[in-house]
Structure formats: structure tokens, C-alpha cells
Design a protein around this ligand. Structure first.
Ligand SMILES: *Cc1c(COP(=O)(O)O)cnc(C)c1O
Length: 372
């Protein structure tokens, strides 16, 4: 049976008339940059994440850079982020002009709070307190924001959430995008809420910061030529916003479907030797952008699944500090016992809302066979 890693065609087929009408509406109005669709998206996306403000931007990487720059993070500052993430999380720190330091993850792949505390203490002792913490809700699992919040407060560090993989994620009664000073989201097509091209958003509950970020993303202006400072051009265009409006209306139901796929995987695969499943989280505590298991001899397992028509992924094959891009940071593998150990074991199984029970069962059966 063919099981793609994700199936954007199936999703488009399920909403084709609305998507086509939304696109046509923008073209008919020739309202391409800034417009009603964008305003509507910003309002509803903010509401979903219990944030006062939402600013559409060009992509999730820009979102992070804009937040850091508008918080005043720059040369001389240190920002802590996860050793296991997509490079955008750390790249944004460098682009803002600050220095990045990496922190290990726990067994659930989110930032290890004890390791974070050690890093904060070490920076303080060295007389260079950490300016910001950039937790990543990796794979869709929400970080322990209650404890991260306490640590940030104690150390006077700002929190910038990377929610690129965790739209609608919740923990301890809070929702991602509202835990820190500001948060970044990505609408890259394969994300839980994906555009038909690049896109991103920032959420924030801070009025002054939100205004600054909105201006920064639009050449430092409020009106046409009243530039108060230099910013950049990072806008979410109206075609993407119109598409995202259609899709956002389905996001809760799609997220529930992702959780249901994860629950069925967990049920089918329970008790399988040589297989570490992601632990369950209540409600939207994990929104399953990815369903990541750990297996020994991963490449052999991947090949066996491929023979059965099953596509898998690895997110990510190298920890960030072990990449050539971060050789200059000088943090060795020994500083990240978990992330380094998981590098060769992690395997992302297919997961998307339209996945059928037969497909889930097919993957489960062949994964069980491949590891035992
Ligand atoms: C996708 C992603 C980003 C960057 O988003 P883009 O829209 O591709 O720029 C940032 N962080 C994480 C964890 C991501 O997965």
C-alpha cells in the first residue's frame, strides 16, 4: 500500500471549491499586498492563540528575526535555543546579530528544563546573562512553558516561542503563541497550517512591541512614506492569507484528526520491542506535526518500510551544534547527551489528517515487523 509522508493533494481535494473561490476573490479584487483577507487572517489567528496581536510576515524565519530585532536583541547578547531543531531557530539569532548557545532536549524532544537552568546559571556566573530563551515546540509538542517562564523571569530573559510546528498547541491551560514576549509561526506548505507558498506570522500580547514589529516588517512605517526607522519587507501576501483563512477554519478538526492518527499508532504499536513511541499528551498538548519514534538500525528500518510503499523522514539527521555552520560555537556532542543519542535513532512516520485507518495499520504492521 502506498503511504506518502504527507498528502497535500488529498487536503486540497477536500476543500477545493472554497480554496478556488478564495483565490479568485483576491484576483478579482486585485488586492495582492495588504487587504481584507490578511486583516481577517490576523484577527482570527490571534484569537485562536489567545494573543492580542497577530502580524502576517513572509515566513517563519523572518518572524523570529523580526521578534528578536524588535526586542532589541543584538550584538553582545546571548540567546539559548534547542540543540535539536530546524536551522531557522538558531539562524534567526545570528541574523539578529546575537550569539547562539544550544541546550539539550529531554526524552520528549522539547528543551530539557534542567539543562536550560544550568545554561542560564553558567551565563550569569560568567557575567553575561542570557538575553532571550527561544524554546521550540518541536514536532508539535508544547514545551514546559510554566517552568521555562519561571526560569526566564528569574534570569531577566525574554521568551520567544518558535511555534512553527505547533499551531493550536496547548499546555497547562495556555496556548502556544501567548506564553512569551512574542511567538513565531510558519505557514510553509507542509506545516500543520500551510499556505500555497511561503508565509509566517508573529503573535504577541505586548502592544508596543507588536506595533514595532508590524512597522519593522513594512519598512519601519505606519503609513505610506512616514518611515520612522529602517526595517525590511516581510509581508504575508493576500493570496496566501485568503488560502489560510479557508484552511484555518478546518485547523481544529484537522488537529483532532492528527491526534487520532497518533492515538491509533500508539495503540497498534504498544509493547513493540526496540521501539520508543512518543508519550501521549492530553488534548492539544501535542499537535503531531510529526510522529517521531526511536528505533535501532534506523536506515535498515526505513528501507524495509520503503519496500512496502511507506515514506518516512528524519527530523533532523544532525543536531544543530554538530553542523559545520555551528563549528564556531564550539559546543561538542558531550553537552547534548540526549539529542546526540537520538540523532541516529529518530524516525518520522507518515502523519496527516487525511490518513486512513488502513494506512495507519499498514505502517504499524510493517514497522513492527521491521524492528522485531
Ligand atoms: C519551518 C520551521 C521554521 C521556519 O519557517 P519558514 O517559514 O520555513 O521560514 C522555523 N522553526 C522551525 C522549528 C521550523 O520547523
Amino acid at each position: 500500500m502506498k503511504v506518502p509522508f504527507l498528502d497535500l493533494k488529498a487536503q486540497y481535494a477536500s476543500i477545493k471549491p472554497q480554496i478556488d473561490a478564495a483565490i479568485q476573490g483576491v484576483v478579482d479584487a486585485t488586492e495582492f499586498v495588504g487587504g481584507r483577507a490578511l486583516k481577517e487572517l490576523e484577527a482570527s489567528f490571534a484569537k485562536e492563540h489567545r494573543a492580542k496581536h497577530c502580524i502576517g510576515v513572509a515566513n517563519g524565519t523572518d518572524a523570529l528575526v523580526i521578534i528578536l530585532k524588535c526586542l532589541g536583541v543584538g550584538p553582545g547578547d546571548t540567546v539559548l535555543t534547542a540543540a535539536n531543531s530546524f536551522i531557522a531557530s538558531s539562524e534567526a539569532v545570528t541574523l539578529a546579530g546575537a550569539a547562539v548557545r544550544f541546550v539539550d532536549c529531554g526524552p520528549d524532544y522539547t528543551i530539557d528544563v534542567a539543562a536550560l537552568e544550568r545554561a542560564l546559571d553558567a551565563a550569569k556566573k560568567a557575567g553575561k546573562p542570557v538575553r532571550a530563551i527561544l524554546p521550540v515546540h518541536l514536532y508539535g509538542r508544547v514545551c514546559d512553558m510554566a517552568r521555562i517562564g519561571e526560569l526566564a523571569k528569574a534570569h531577566g530573559a525574554a521568551i520567544v516561542e518558535d511555534c512553527a510546528q505547533a499551531h493550536l498547541g496547548e499546555r497547562d491551560g495556555g496556548v502556544v503563541g501567548s506564553f512569551g514576549a512574542a511567538a513565531s509561526f510558519s505557514f510553509y506548505p507542509g506545516k500543520n497550517l500551510g499556505a500555497y507558498g511561503d508565509g509566517g506570522a508573529i503573535t504577541s500580547n505586548d502592544d508596543a512591541l507588536a506595533l514595532k514589529m508590524r512597522m519593522y516588517a513594512n519598512h519601519g512605517r505606519k503609513e505610506k512614506y512616514d518611515h520612522e526607522f529602517e526595517g525590511t519587507n516581510s509581508r504575508l501576501d493576500n493570496l496566501q492569507a485568503a488560502i489560510l483563512n479557508v484552511k484555518l477554519a478546518h485547523l481544529r478538526e484537522w488537529t483532532k484528526a492528527r491526534v487520532a492518527v497518533a492515538d491509533r499508532y500508539r495503540e497498534r504499536l504498544a509493547g513493540t520491542p526496540n521501539l520508543e513511541l512518543p508519550a501521549a499528551a492530553p488534548g492539544f498538548g501535542h499537535v503531531y506535526h510529526l510522529f517521531v519514534v526511536r528505533v535501532p538500525d534506523r536506515e535498515r528500518v526505513r528501507a524495509r518500510l520503503k519496500e512496502q510503499g511507506i515514506d518516512t523522514g528524519v527530523h533532523y539527521p544532525n543536531t544543530l551544534p554538530s553542523l559545520p555552520a555551528y563549528a564556531h560555537v564550539g559546543q561538542g556532542k558531550g553537552e547534548f547527551p540526549n539529542a546526540s543519542a537520538y540523532e541516529s535513532q529518530i524516525l518520522s512516520l507518515p502523519i496527516y489528517p487525511e490518513m486512513s485507518e488502513a494506512q495507519i495499520d499498514w505502517v504499524s504492521e510493517h514497522l513492527r515487523r521491521a524492528v522485531t
